[in-house]
Design a binder for this molecule. Structure first.
Ligand SMILES: *[C@@H]1O[C@H](CO)[C@@H](O)[C@H](O)[C@H]1NC(C)=O
Ligand SMILES: *[C@@H]1O[C@H](CO)[C@@H](O)[C@H](O)[C@H]1NC(C)=O
Ligand SMILES: *[C@@H]1O[C@H](CO)[C@@H](O)[C@H](O)[C@H]1NC(C)=O
Ligand SMILES: *[C@@H]1O[C@H](CO)[C@@H](O)[C@H](O)[C@H]1NC(C)=O
Length: 569
């Protein structure tokens, strides 16, 4: 009996062993047939070795459109930057210097800046006409609502509609004309109301709150800086404070790093001492990385150098509406990891190339595949912007941009199909019968120059009251293409045909002194090198020309006084 059991056991063991051997062999065969290992090494061979890039044409072509993944891998931007480039501008515009010179002369002859109060009212508009049209429009709108779903009436309704089309068109033309005059008049009224008002600054506004809660902050450079943040601009170019605050952003030790989790891409909040908080956006792609032709604006990656360049451009344009920002090189380990709050510290790791990385916890681009890594080791290039006081200390107003894009690959926004959209939606609305209208056109000009299609909201500090300028935050998705000018960004100016006089005068100077030269000079003050490559600088001159041509078209249609508004700002 015992021998029987032993034999059966032996047999079982032998059978199991044979089975395992068979399984192992077949598994190995399957594995080697897929050539997985071989394929991997082929992929690596296909990637061009950046250190050995020569001027061979084929490789140069590959270099022009750096794919996203390769861009993240790119070792050193300055090497890539030294490559000569060859590109053609899509839809190269027809620029005529004579037209632009004539426009300048035409506007200057108008002497808009010395128009007196009395003269302002010369262009009387037809108030009764506007009132009747508005009530008529409202009635029609109500009718439409009543008739919704009423099939019997539709046929007759259509005939009526056809008959009245011609007259409607005429009335609508007159309506637009009168509405334009009406809006210009409200802007003048607005100017009179606010032109003698003193600027309000944040330091005065917050003094009591800060004295109560954090009195130690009153003696900081940060508080000095708040004295220069007013309802009209977020810094004062003439004061020494700007230089001092930029110096602190660049050199202050980092005391704490945490993540700003709102938003789609990784941003950190750094506490810098002296009361200063900074917003950090890390290096993601090289300076000559072009937005991929198949990528939508809403999937574009944020570029730290675009944030820095936007600040300089905004300053050159004389807006002073982008909060101070600098480029800085950090040590990921000693500057960030060693001061990171636990939630952020958890996301740090060492990559296979032995670089220090972190991925954060934002909603997109915050996984290991899109991590921010030192290149090499601990070195991280980033933009650092001063963080203005947030709620509940200061109330912000987040205005949905009327020319917001659809943020969908299949849908269009209303303004894209309705050429009368500005009259219907913007000029018709009291909300825009003040500086906001011209702030919006200023912003459109700015966004066109930097190529930003991602302006979904307009931001301003509402604690300042109604006479408060827009603040141009979040410019990371700009400077994505230098070979393409997106004309749709200019739609607010093209459809509304309004433009601020002081901005126009400034643009006249920039045209004569060359915007690219002035910006290039301004960027030289940065510690980081080559914030904008030449291709982007050249594109700015081209875009300024396009913008001036567009204003010329408006002036031709509505006259100088009907387009260029001197609102005292
Ligand atoms: C630039 O590229 C185009 C086409 O890719 C080519 O025809 C042209 O000769 C190139 N120009 C220079 C200066 O290399
Ligand atoms: C960064 O800081 C760490 C820790 O202090 C140090 O070991 C490392 O050498 C620094 N890296 C660089 C590039 O300075
Ligand atoms: C990373 O560092 C480890 C340990 O110091 C070393 O063995 C490895 O070769 C390094 N890897 C690379 C890609 O340099
Ligand atoms: C900007 O400055 C750099 C360095 O001085 C110069 O090489 C480049 O040509 C300038 N670019 C423009 C557009 O003026």
């Amino acid at each position: 009996m015992r021998q029987m059991r032993l034999r059966i056991r032996c047999c079982l063991i032998v059978i199991l062993t044979i089975l395992s051997i068979i399984m192992f062999v077949s598994f190995y065969t399957i594995l080697s047939q897929t050539h997985e290992i071989e394929q991997k090494s082929n992929i690596f061979k296909k990637l061009p070795d950046k250190r050995n890039l020569n001027h061979h044409h084929q490789q140069q072509q590959q270099q022009q459109h750096i794919p996203f993944w390769q861009a993240l891998e790119a070792q050193n931007i300055y090497d890539i930057n030294s490559m000569p480039r060859n590109y053609t501008v899509e839809n190269q515009p027809n620029i005529n210097d004579k037209i632009i010179e004539n426009l300048f002369q035409l506007v200057n002859n108008h002497k808009l800046d010395i128009i007196t109060d009395k003269e302002m009212n010369i262009d009387e508009f037809d108030q009764t006409f506007i009132d009747t049209i508005i009530t008529k429009k409202k009635r029609k709108f109500n009718q439409k609502q009543d008739n919704a779903g009423d099939n019997l009436n539709t046929k007759r309704h259509k005939n009526d509609e056809k008959l009245s089309m011609a007259t409607e068109k005429m009335i609508s033309k007159k309506y637009n004309r009168e509405l334009r005059k009406y809006v210009i008049n409200t802007l003048w009224t607005y100017k009179r109301k606010y032109q003698d008002m003193k600027e309000i600054n944040l330091a005065d506004m917050l003094y009591e709150k800060i004295e109560q809660n954090e009195p130690e902050k009153l003696n900081t450079i940060w508080f000095e800086y708040l004295k220069t943040v007013t309802n009209l601009h977020v810094y004062n170019t003439d004061s020494k404070i700007l230089r001092r605050i930029l110096y602190r952003l660049l050199n202050n030790e980092i005391l704490q790093a945490s993540e700003l989790t709102q938003g789609t891409q990784i941003k950190l909040i750094l506490e810098l001492g002296d009361g200063i908080e900074g917003l950090l956006k890390p290096y993601r792609v090289p300076r000559n990385y072009q937005t991929l032709p198949d990528h939508y604006y809403f999937s574009d990656i944020e570029r730290h150098h675009a944030e820095i360049a936007s600040f300089h451009l905004d300053r050159v344009l004389g807006f002073n509406r982008v909060p101070p920002i600098i480029g800085r090189i950090l040590n990921i380990t000693s500057d960030l990891l060693e001061h990171a709050v636990p939630d952020l510290a958890k996301t740090f790791f060492i990559s296979p190339a032995n670089n220090t990385c972190f991925r954060g916890r934002c909603s997109y681009y915050c996984d290991t595949g899109h991590a921010v890594c030192g290149r090499p080791k601990d070195f991280l290039e980033a933009s650092l912007q001063i963080l203005l006081p947030r709620p509940p200390v200061v109330e912000w107003h987040k205005i949905t941009h009327p020319y917001r894009r659809s943020y969908s690959a299949t849908k269009y926004a209303k303004w894209e199909s309705n050429e009368n959209y500005c009259y219907d939606k913007v000029l018709n609305d009291d909300y825009y019968h003040n500086r906001l209208l011209l702030d919006m056109t200023d912003l459109a000009a700015f966004d066109f120059l930097i190529g930003n299609m991602d302006r979904h909201h307009m931001m301003r500090i509402s604690s300042f009251g109604p006479n408060s300028a827009l603040i141009h935050l979040d410019n990371g998705r700009s400077f994505g293409r230098y070979d393409y000018d997106d004309l749709t960004i200019l739609t607010p100016i093209r459809q509304c045909c309004f433009f601020r006089y002081s901005t126009f005068q400034r643009f006249q100077i920039l045209y004569k002194q060359r915007l690219s030269v002035l910006l290039n000079r301004s960027l030289k003050t940065e510690r980081l090198k080559l914030i904008l490559i030449n291709e982007h600088l050249i594109a700015l001159d081209r875009r300024l020309n396009i913008l001036l041509h567009l204003i010329n078209d408006c002036v031709k249609q509505h006259s100088v006084a009907g387009v260029i508004v001197h609102d005292g700002i």
